[in-house]
Design a protein around this ligand. Structure first.
Ligand code: DO4
Ligand code: MG
Length: 310
């Protein structure tokens, strides 16, 4: 049995959905009503598949539709889970390290070479990427900061972590980055990475045992403007510099993240560094095993300054 897991809002209720081939099922009454409840206590790559099989045996599934393309007619596709914490690792792909450093040189930045340094260093770069509230799901809007003129998409494979902080599933993510803020000073990284609507995940979670080899996945990132493709980038996880266990090790080091935490693994889809997302663009992140994560782009309204500089 091979399947994906998601959440669908039907009226005021959230239902966990299981997608098998083209068919979408809902867990029957009495069963778990959130994916986070299913993930609890899961440890190891087979845990999520086994849990779903147990839930099917104990509560049963009901067919919602035999056509996955009709899913959004039945309700609103939610994030595949509401993550308690969102973390990310950065510069795990050489192309990204090189392009970032090249652009810093062009901008005559004082931070010359920092990305290549981090790419090769023993310590992985781990940064906080927010909470459930800063992250959106498939077909929801991602937001640009009003104080950034250059925000770029980052298409990434995302780990869904079990009780022991190792992956029990995978999903896709977009790690929006306010590149102009990040390049102004590395100390502005938090503002360059976290705001309301700064990341998306979805459309579904695939249990870890269904990804034959996580280092053999192809990701694509497309940006459409006025319906036309203006950016097209792709990359393979075979180019990931560090092992998945190594990334999780650095995240968990003296930092016990809760089950259901997600970890963005860095972007392999490098975007030209003069590119900036605009209002009403659409970003599509895809990987054949998981599907397509689509988000349109909106910009936050300017917030008046209610202070004077001392
Ligand atoms: O600080 C840099 C983060 C880079 C990043 O997010 C990535 O490589 O995906
Ligand atoms: Mg990233």
């Amino acid at each position: 049995m091979s399947f994906k897991i998601g959440q669908l809002k039907i009226g005021n209720d959230i239902a966990v959905i299981i997608i098998e081939n083209n068919q979408v099922y809902k867990i029957n009454k009495g069963g778990p009503q959130r994916t986070l409840d299913i993930l609890r206590d899961c440890v190891g790559p087979n845990a999520l598949s086994e849990k779903i099989r147990d839930i099917k045996k104990n509560f049963g599934f009901s067919l919602l539709t035999s056509e996955i393309k009709d899913l959004d007619k039945l309700g609103r596709i939610e994030k595949p889970l509401y993550p308690p914490e969102i973390w990310a690792v950065g510069v795990t792909y050489k192309r990204q390290a090189l392009e970032h450093d090249k652009d810093l040189e062009k901008r005559k930045s004082d931070s010359k070479g920092i990305y290549s340094y981090v790419y090769s260093s023993e310590r992985a770069e781990v940064f906080f990427k927010g909470f459930n509230r800063t992250c959106v799901g498939n077909l929801s809007s991602l937001f640009l900061r009003s104080d950034s003129k250059q925000t770029m998409p980052e298409a990434e494979m995302v780990l869904v972590l079990g009780e022991d902080g190792l992956p029990i599933g995978y999903t896709l993510g977009n790690d929006l980055t306010a590149w102009d803020i990040e390049t102004e000073s590395p100390l502005f990284l938090n503002q360059a990475k976290i705001w309301d609507g700064s990341s998306s995940i979805g459309p579904f979670i695939i249990p870890a045992d269904q990804i034959v080899d996580p280092y053999l996945c192809m990701l694509r990132c497309v940006v459409k403007r006025d319906g036309k493709e203006i950016i097209k980038s792709s990359g393979e996880t075979s180019q990931l510099k560090r092992s998945i266990e190594e990334l999780c090790y650095f995240l968990k080091l003296h930092n016990k993240v809760p089950c259901g935490t997600i970890l963005f693994t860095g972007t392999c889809c490098v975007i030209p560094h003069n590119f900036a997302l605009e209002d009403n663009d659409e970003v599509i992140v895809s990987m054949s095993q998981i599907g397509e994560l689509r988000n349109n782009i909106l910009r936050h309204k300017v917030v008046d300054k209610n202070y004077n500089r001392r």
